[in-house]
Design a protein around this ligand. Structure first.
Ligand code: ZN
Ligand code: ZN
Length: 462
C-alpha cells in the first residue's frame, strides 16, 4: 500500500491524497487550495496522477478545501464513483455550484480561463454514491470503506479504509467537542495508520460555555452604540450555530432589537439541508427541539436577492449582518465591510479559521487599513474573535482521540500550518509514543515496506 500526499501538506487547504494498492488507485478528497498568493495557479495545475486511471474517490465532508477540485478531476478523466454520506453529497452540490458561479463571474470580469464548467459540477454530483455511517462497503476491488461520524459539519465522516491487510484511518476534519449541533467524533478502536488533521494542533480553544456570554456582550455593545455588527460566516455549520446562539440570546433577553440579517443565499440553502437531515444532528439538539425548529428562523431576515441585500443599508441601526464568505475572500460580506469598517461604532466578529493572505486574516491581525474593491478602507470598527466557534478539534482533543486508538504504527499529520503540525507531532511522540510524519507536498510513503521508504515527487507549482 502506498500513500502520496498532494495537498494540505504543511498548510490547511487543498486536501488530496492518493492511496495505491497492488491493483487499485483511490483518491482521498480533492479540495481547493485557498488563501495563498498562488492558490489559483495551484488549482489549475495538472494532477500528479492520471484521474482516468483511478478507481474511486472518498470525500469526508463538503467544505471546499476538501471538494473544490472534484469537478476538475472529472473534467480531466475520472469516471468512477465518489463515496460520501448523503448530507455531504447535497452540501457538496450547493458549495460547488456556488463556487463555480463565482469563478465564472470572475472569469468574465477579468477575462481569465475558467477552472471548470457548470456541467462538470453536474457530472461530478452524478458520480456520488452515498453510504451511511457504520456500514462497511467495498468501494473498489478488495478495498473497503466504513464512515464514522467526525462531528465536524453535517454529514462529515472519518474514513476507515481496509486493504491488503492494513487498516488506514483518515480523519478529514475532526470536530470540536462539545459541538452545538453534532454528536462528538466517533472513536476508532484500532488501526495501522492514521492520517490526521492538525489545523489547531498547537492550540487550546476557549471554553465553549463562554461563547454565548461573549456573543451576548458583543450584541449588547452593538445595541448600546446603535451600530452594526458584521459576522463573516461559513455557510455550513458556523452560520447554523450562530443562528442557534442568536435565537438563544433573543429568547433569554426577550429582545426586539437589533435586526438580524442572513445575507447569504448559500447559507439559506444549506440551513434547509440541515433541517432535511435531523438524524445527522446531535441527540441532545433533537431532544431539546422536538419541533425541529433548531435555528429560530422567524427572527432572521433572509436577503436572497441582490436587491434585498442592498436594502440592508437603509434598515435602521442597530443591525447584525451575517454574510459569506467566511474568510472574506469574496461574497457579499465585502460590500458590507467596505461600507461599515471605517466607523468606530461598528464591530466585526471573526468566528472561524482565517487562512493566510485572506482579508479576514489581515483584519484579525489588526491591519489599520485594508483594500476592498480597489478602495482604501481605514479600519476603525472593533475587530473581535470568538475561538470556540471552531469546528475543529484543538490540541488536547486530537491527542485524546488518537490515544484511544490501539496498534497505531504511524500518524501522518496534514491540514495544518507547519507550526501547528510540529507542536502536535511533538505532543503525540511524547504523550502517546507513536511515530509521526508531517508529509511534504508530493511526498510518498510505501506502507508495506519495513523501512518506510520515502520517495519524492515534487509538484510543478508546489
Ligand atoms: Zn472542514
Ligand atoms: Zn478542511
Amino acid at each position: 500500500m502506498r500513500l502520496s500526499f498532494f495537498g494540505a501538506c504543511r498548510e490547511v487547504t487543498g486536501s488530496n491524497i492518493l492511496l495505491e494498492t497492488s491493483g487499485q488507485k483511490i483518491i482521498i478528497e480533492c479540495g481547493f487550495f485557498q488563501g495563498g498568493g498562488n492558490s489559483e495557479e495551484r488549482n489549475f495545475a495538472p494532477f500528479m496522477f492520471n484521474p482516468a486511471s483511478c478507481n474511486a474517490v472518498i470525500v469526508g465532508h463538503a467544505h471546499l478545501d476538501h471538494t473544490g477540485r472534484l469537478p476538475k478531476l472529472v473534467q480531466d478523466g475520472f469516471s468512477s464513483q465518489i463515496f460520501a454520506t448523503a448530507p455531504t453529497k447535497e452540501l457538496t452540490e450547493l458549495v460547488l455550484e456556488d463556487a463555480q458561479k463565482l469563478m465564472e463571474e470572475e472569469a468574465e470580469r477579468n477575462g481569465h480561463k475558467l477552472l471548470y464548467s457548470k456541467s462538470a459540477v453536474a457530472k461530478t454530483i452524478d458520480k456520488f454514491t452515498t453510504i451511511p455511517y457504520n456500514e462497511r462497503v467495498e468501494i473498489s476491488k478488495n478495498v473497503y470503506l466504513t464512515f464514522l461520524n467526525a462531528g465536524h459539519i453535517l454529514g462529515s465522516a472519518i474514513s476507515v479504509i481496509e486493504a491488503e491487510g492494513e487498516k488506514l484511518v483518515y480523519t478529514s476534519d475532526l470536530g470540536n467537542t462539545p459541538s452545538l449541533l453534532l454528536d462528538e467524533p466517533e472513536n476508532v478502536t484500532d488501526c495501522d495508520y492514521i492520517i490526521c488533521e492538525s489545523t489547531y494542533g498547537g492550540r487550546i480553544h476557549e471554553d465553549t460555555s463562554k461563547r454565548q456570554q461573549a456573543l451576548a456582550e458583543i450584541i449588547n455593545g452593538t445595541v448600546t452604540q446603535n451600530g452594526i455588527l458584521l459576522i463573516p460566516s461559513f455557510a455550513i455549520e458556523r452560520t447554523q450555530e450562530l443562528l442557534h446562539d442568536i435565537d438563544h440570546f433573543c429568547t433569554i433577553n426577550n429582545c426586539q432589537k437589533p435586526t438580524f440579517f442572513l445575507d447569504s443565499p448559500l447559507a439559506e440553502k444549506v440551513t434547509a439541508v440541515f433541517k432535511k437531515y435531523p438524524k445527522f444532528l446531535s441527540n441532545k439538539l433533537r431532544h431539546e427541539h422536538a419541533d425541529y425548529d433548531f435555528f429560530g428562523l422567524d427572527r432572521v431576515k433572509f436577503t436572497t436577492s441582490v436587491d434585498q441585500s442592498k436594502e440592508i443599508e437603509s434598515a435602521p441601526n442597530p443591525k447584525i449582518i451575517i454574510a459569506g464568505s467566511g474568510m472574506m475572500n469574496g461574497g457579499r460580506i465585502l460590500h458590507h465591510a467596505k461600507r461599515y469598517l471605517s466607523s468606530s461604532k461598528n464591530s466585526l466578529l471573526i468566528v472561524g479559521y482565517q487562512a493566510k493572505g485572506t482579508l479576514g486574516r489581515r483584519l484579525l491581525e489588526k491591519e489599520p487599513q485594508v483594500v476592498i474593491f480597489g478602495q482604501n478602507i481605514p479600519v476603525n470598527a472593533k475587530v473581535r474573535a470568538i475561538g470556540s466557534y471552531s469546528a475543529h478539534a484543538d490540541s488536547p482533543q486530537i491527542i485524546d482521540w488518537i490515544s484511544k486508538v490501539s496498534n497505531v504504527k504511524k500518524v501522518f499529520l496534514v491540514h495544518g500550518e507547519n507550526d501547528q503540525s510540529v507542536i502536535l507531532s511533538k505532543l503525540i511522540r511524547k504523550k502517546i509514543n507513536i511515530d509521526v510524519e508531517i508529509p511534504q507536498q508530493g511526498e510518498s510513503f510505501n506502507l508495506t515496506s519495513s523501512t518506510q521508504e520515502k520517495t519524492f515527487k515534487r509538484q510543478v507549482n508546489a
